[in-house]
Design a binder for this molecule. Structure first.
Ligand code: ZN
Ligand code: ZN
Length: 570
């Protein structure tokens, strides 16, 4: 059992205890153990009881729980509680906006044991009547249930992609002469997808169908399949799969049809005709590029085929090349063991250097984020000394002193000006107060953007894809403020976040705002997540010339120095 699983089990036990009205001290034991374990930067599964007991960060009760999980792969207490809790009630515990105590009230007072019943009770105004609930809570519960139902059966791009690539590669390996390609949303690099789609140009489709049926990783769904398409899902995670067949000579036309969104396919091209009309009237084409050429368009990268900005992009002088991983020269927004990261400052820096980057920005959490080990001014001083030392050792590689400063509810940053002035750059980041309405949260963000010390705005809505809706911000107002105050906006490349949302990247670019592709890495491995940020950027037609971390080390030094001169002159 790895640490992540242990933490999840401990937190779940705490929730279940609270649900069943246990003594708060008991609940706290489990929560504290989870917090202690989150701070650990090494796996504990392989540690002896003696070694565990000697770890000062871990409370004694945590050691006991870890030993239990190490020997039994579960917790006795969790097993007992899970056995007496209906599955639907456990799903209610996952709803945002209500804690275990409220779920208990709903369960015990109204006898509700699943989400559909709960949804009905909201519509009948029964939840608002409960003591301590009210209309607002009822509204939040209803919204969360709707969100949960909408997101059911969807997958993060990052979690689906490896399955898609693996299957496509194996098909191509076994059928080297066939034309095979990913299609649909996965080819368009959508942040969330419903299924993997593959197009194959082949006459005898039964050969492929048989091959697919022999794959142990796949489950065939015969009722959905026909000679033109094989439908199934991946056994491991029920991720749906659709494999479409077409005549080989039709392949590239079909690929455009199967890749583009409806909005792309119905784009007006000329003479009152849509893109799809042109495609349908085309004879055989040797490539997608040739098909677009026949419509007097450059090759449109799949990720742009959303029917939004691709024509503007195409009509720009020599449709500018979109950002690639190779364009990125540094990695900003990273956490270390100083706050809630898993690897030390030196490990993170050396790893970036080894990957060929010219610089790293270290941005641990600020003091308000107690849950994430936020940095006090004393610790910041210590970190800066370490950075100064490492900058000598690792030169010319450069570590920039940054911070991910929480934006407080009134929009101020989490330190005094003299502390803020000690950083090379400041990322303003909103993590708390998720219930704020659009007007208030937009004001809060804009105040943070106006702060002369703010260099960059992190994940603007704090959404977690498939889990939590973000703040309802006024995008235009927030982006305009960034433009007015020279604040860079990040595309957070963590697959849960992936924002600034690609739908707004183009607007930010039109306002001249710099975009930075940030991994928000909490360990060395997740630096490679920058790839998913690049995908988001490309969907918003981001080019290297508007990407902040495509700048060289010297350019970034100059930019930050200039920026700081302005802020300290205030
Ligand atoms: Zn953050
Ligand atoms: Zn972060």
């Amino acid at each position: 059992m790895d640490n992540a699983h242990m933490i999840a089990l401990l937190k779940d036990t705490a929730k279940l205890l609270e649900l069943h009205g246990a003594n708060p001290f008991q609940v706290r034991h489990y929560n504290n153990a989870a917090i202690g374990l989150e701070r650990m930067n090494r796996e504990v599964a392989d540690l002896s009881p003696e070694a565990l007991n000697s770890i000062v960060e871990l409370p004694l009760s945590a050691c006991k729980f870890i030993q239990e999980m190490n020997t039994t792969s579960t917790l006795q207490r969790w097993e007992e509680l899970a056995a007496i809790t209906p599955q639907g009630v456990r799903e209610m515990l996952d709803l945002r906006g209500i804690g275990p105590k409220k779920v208990r009230t709903i369960w015990k007072t109204l006898g509700i044991t699943n989400l559909p019943e709960l949804s009905r009770a909201c519509k009948e105004n029964k939840i608002a009547q409960l003591v301590g609930f009210g209309e607002k809570t009822q509204e939040i519960i209803q919204e969360n249930i709707t969100f949960k139902i909408q997101q059911a059966g969807k997958f993060h791009y990052a979690s689906a992609l490896p399955y898609a690539i693996d299957l496509e590669e194996r098909l191509q390996q076994d059928f080297p002469t066939l034309l095979i390609s990913l299609a649909g949303t996965i080819r368009r690099k959508m942040e969330v997808i419903g299924r993997i789609e593959i197009l194959i140009g082949i006459e005898q489709t039964n050969i492929i169908a048989q091959w697919l049926e022999q794959q142990p990783v796949l489950r065939h769904i015969a009722t959905l399949s026909d000679p033109s398409a094989w439908h199934g899902q991946f056994v491991e995670n029920s991720l749906p799969l659709a494999v479409f067949f077409c005549q080989p000579k039709e392949f590239y036309k079909q690929l455009i049809l199967k890749t583009g969104s409806e909005a792309h396919l119905t784009l007006p091209i000329r003479e009152g005709k849509q893109l799809i009309d042109f495609l349908n009237s085309m004879a055989e084409v040797p490539s997608e590029a040739a098909a677009y050429r026949q419509m007097s368009l450059p090759y449109i990268p799949p990720e742009l085929r959303e029917g939004l900005i691709e024509l503007t992009w195409a009509h720009e002088k020599e449709a500018p090349a979109l950002l690639t991983m190779q364009d990125l020269r540094g990695v900003l927004h990273n956490h270390t063991t100083y706050s809630d990261g898993k690897h030390s400052l030196e490990e993170m820096a050396r790893h970036c250097k080894d990957l060929g980057y010219e610089y790293i920005g270290i941005t641990d959490h600020s003091q308000l984020a107690v849950y994430a080990g936020g940095l006090t001014p004393e610790v910041i001083q210590r970190q800066h000394q370490e950075i100064d030392h490492l900058n000598k050792v690792l030169a010319p590689f450069r570590i920039f002193k940054g911070i991910e400063s929480d934006v407080l509810t009134d929009g101020s940053l989490d330190y005094t000006d003299d502390v803020l002035a000690s950083f090379d750059f400041v990322i303003a980041s909103i993590h708390t107060g998720m219930k704020m309405n659009q007007e208030r949260v937009t004001k809060r963000l804009i105040r943070a953007i106006r702060n002369p010390y703010t260099t960059m705005l992190a994940h603007p809505t704090n959404r977690l894809l498939l889990k939590r809706e973000g703040f309802p911000i006024d995008y235009r107002a927030v982006i305009d403020a960034c433009a007015d105050h020279g604040v860079i906006i990040e595309i957070n490349a963590n697959h849960w976040r992936l924002e600034l949302d690609w739908r707004w990247v183009n607007y930010a670019l039109s306002k001249g705002v710099w975009i930075s592709i940030n991994p928000d890495a909490h360990n060395k491995e997740s630096i490679q997540n920058m790839y998913y940020g690049v995908c988001v950027g490309r969907k918003g037609r981001l080019t290297p010339s508007h990407t902040f971390n495509a700048l060289s080390r010297e350019e970034v030094v100059a930019y930050l120095q200039h920026r700081k001169a302005i802020s300290t002159a205030h």
